[in-house]
Write a protein that binds this ligand. Structure first.
Ligand code: ADP
Ligand code: MG
Length: 359
């Protein structure tokens, strides 16, 4: 099988060696040996936390059936999370408050930690794909340890460009699409991307695909609304640079989080009608104040004595409640609920349990 895994990258030899540790190579070899994949080609992207490779296989993602490899070929993207600890150190705040990461053993075992990131990415990609096409994202196909195989967005080995590098046909339409993506991610998937920008969207056939969701957090994560505020600012900055008249951060944030909006298109049209030709000094101040406001996350935090406590830290309390109007689970219709961990199949190696923590 050896020649069917041709992971070559002369320019970035060190990175490749670093990510493809022997265990990862074994995982890849097994995928080829089990005929889940036919070939693994070179690197599409090398990043700080993961590398992405191009592969070819004969899985039909519409039916989840393996086809005859002589007749059916598709490209796939393989995202391999790096197993070195250091790069994951600064990601800790994304997982605080997530129960699976609370178990001590993960923190001290880098391979376990990385595996959870991969699991999280697959779980989030699945959720995005459960929206009947309202959010486009690569469909995940295989998950094993730190390796994810997913739908390839692009053609003939050429990955779709990131939004940053794309020739966008209709920039206003794409801005609207992206605002809807953020809103649907929040309202339907209960997720905040948490690293949303022109770097983590692909542009293919005029449509935006969301990628890189391993760090995405549940809407009730302690930092979710801070991450969302930053996502909104990133998106607006990008489209503003492209010459668009954009909403301010607070308007964007409200559009994403407001549960009471019935007609989304109308709501957005109303917002755009308020956007002035030139970003006024007033808007800049609004954005600055909003970026420093304290956003309450729970109803408890809005109890009078809590509000009193907040006063001393000189922050404007952002009282427009972001989804907190919703008190009852039953009101969360159409929300994709997550299965408890033990109902999900595990992707871990069987041999991992007997190993000691590397602390
Ligand atoms: P990270 O930013 O953590 O390195 P990403 O998930 O953003 O990882 O992927 C890095 C790059 O790999 C992307 O910018 C894109 O160019 C490419 N890529 C990732 N997933 C796919 C995919 N499913 N199809 C095509 N290209 C992809
Ligand atoms: Mg990325």
């Amino acid at each position: 099988d050896d020649d069917r895994i041709r992971v070559k990258d002369k320019n970035d030899r060190a990175t490749v060696d670093q990510v493809l540790d022997p265990r990862t190579l074994i995982v890849l070899h097994k995928m080829v040996k089990n005929q889940k994949l036919d070939q693994i080609y070179g690197c599409l992207s090398t990043g700080k936390e993961a590398n992405v490779y191009l592969a070819e296989g004969h899985m039909d993602l519409d039916t989840m059936e393996l086809k005859n490899p002589a007749e059916y070929k598709r490209e796939f993207a393989i995202k391999i999370f790096k197993t070195s600890i250091l790069v994951f150190k600064d990601r800790e705040r994304y997982v605080e408050g997530e129960f699976r990461f609370r178990k001590g053993h993960c923190k001290s075992n880098p391979r376990k930690m990385v595996q959870l990131w991969a699991e999280k990415e697959v779980r989030n990609l699945k959720r995005l794909n459960q929206t009947n096409g309202l959010i486009k994202a690569p469909r995940p196909f295989l998950l094993k340890n730190n390796v994810i195989v997913m739908e390839f967005i692009g053609e003939t080995g050429l990955g779709a460009p990131r939004l940053k590098d794309a020739d966008i046909i209709d920039i206003q339409q794409t801005y609207t699409d992206v605002l809807f993506i953020m809103r649907r991610m929040y309202q339907m998937c209960r997720l905040v991307h948490a690293d949303f920008s022109e770097y983590n969207m692909l542009y293919y056939n005029g449509e935006v695909y969301v990628i890189d969701v391993s760090q995405s957090v549940e809407h009730d994560h302690p930092m979710a609304l801070d991450f969302l505020r930053r996502d909104c600012a990133n998106v607006n900055d990008f489209f503003k640079k492209r010459g668009l008249q954009v909403l301010n951060t607070q308007q964007t944030f409200d559009f994403v989080t407001d549960f009471q909006i019935q007609d989304e298109s109308q709501a957005l049209a109303d917002l755009f009608s308020k956007v002035k030709d030139i970003i006024s000094a007033e808007d800049e101040v609004t954005d600055r104040v909003f970026s420093q406001s304290y956003i309450p996350r729970t109803l408890q935090e809005l109890a009078p004595d809590e509000i009193e406590k907040q006063k001393h830290n000189d922050q404007k309390l952002y009282a427009k409640l972001t989804g907190l109007q919703i008190k009852q689970e039953e009101q969360l219709e159409g929300v994709i609920k997550e299965k408890p961990k033990d109902e999900q199949e595990s992707s871990s190696d069987d041999d991992e349990e007997e190993e000691n923590d590397e602390s």
